[in-house]
Design a binder for this molecule. Structure first.
Ligand code: DX5
Ligand code: ZN
Length: 212
């Protein structure tokens, strides 16, 4: 599996150092959780912070937009160096138009589902999307408990995408105890917030995720 540590669990007083620390530990991508305080009950960071970090690291930027109207902001995030933009199917933006806009900007497009959203909601967009993100916590905060009851949804998604070149990402509460389960159910990208950034030895955690 590829590993995309979530910056939400980093020390925000030294983001550049945190990016470098996690890249040195073997992270494949950097997961950036943009939350607007409306779509989910937290406010994190936006375009200026992504821009500032882009000038400090060559990591792949995997943006997870938990915002109400993602379509409005695709061009802004593309302009400051996003590589992947994942938005929520539950947002107010039209999914097909949002995917198209991400592609028109030359980026990879992901579609995310909250835990309560059935897979049916993304089925019409599976062909267009490069990545589907299955959330295993409610959007908003790092450090929440992994919802193992999302595994049937993950498994169904991975069988629908079998043989296709698609990223299947799992985000929320992934750690060294449940990463095997996540891999066995078909994830090929895992996000790790607290499990990676707050680990004494982040490299050991990333190595563990990579081993599945
Ligand atoms: C939650 C975010 C996650 C979160 C992951 O809204 O999408 O990316 O930061 O953190 P952990 O792995 O600690 O649940
Ligand atoms: Zn996330």
């Amino acid at each position: 599996m590829l590993v995309s540590p979530s910056l939400l669990s980093a020390d925000f007083s030294k983001l550049e150092d945190e990016c470098k620390r996690i890249q040195a530990a073997g992270a494949d991508w950097l997961h950036l959780d943009v939350i607007d305080g409306v779509f989910a009950p937290n406010i994190t960071f936006g375009v200026p912070v992504v821009k500032a970090l882009r000038s400090k690291t060559d990591m792949v930027f995997d943006l997870h937009l938990m915002i109400t109207e993602p379509l409005k902001y695709i061009e802004n995030f593309a302009a400051v160096g996003a590589d992947f933009i994942t938005f929520h199917i539950e947002s107010k933006s039209d999914p097909a138009a949002t995917i198209k806009k991400i592609h028109d900007c030359g980026l990879k497009a992901g579609v995310a589902l909250k835990p309560g959203t059935p897979l049916e909601a993304v089925k019409p967009y599976l062909d267009m999307a490069d990545m589907i993100l299955i959330m295993t916590v409610e959007p908003g905060f790092s450090g929440q408990k992994f919802m193992a009851d999302m595994m049937p949804k993950l498994k169904e998604l991975s069988s629908l995408c079998a043989g296709e070149d698609k990223y299947i990402q799992v985000d929320g509460g992934v750690n060294t105890d449940n990463a095997r389960l996540v891999a066995e159910n078909g994830a090929n990208v895992v996000v790790g917030g607290n499990s990676v950034f707050c680990a004494e030895d982040p490299k050991a955690v990333i190595d563990c995720f990579h081993s599945y």
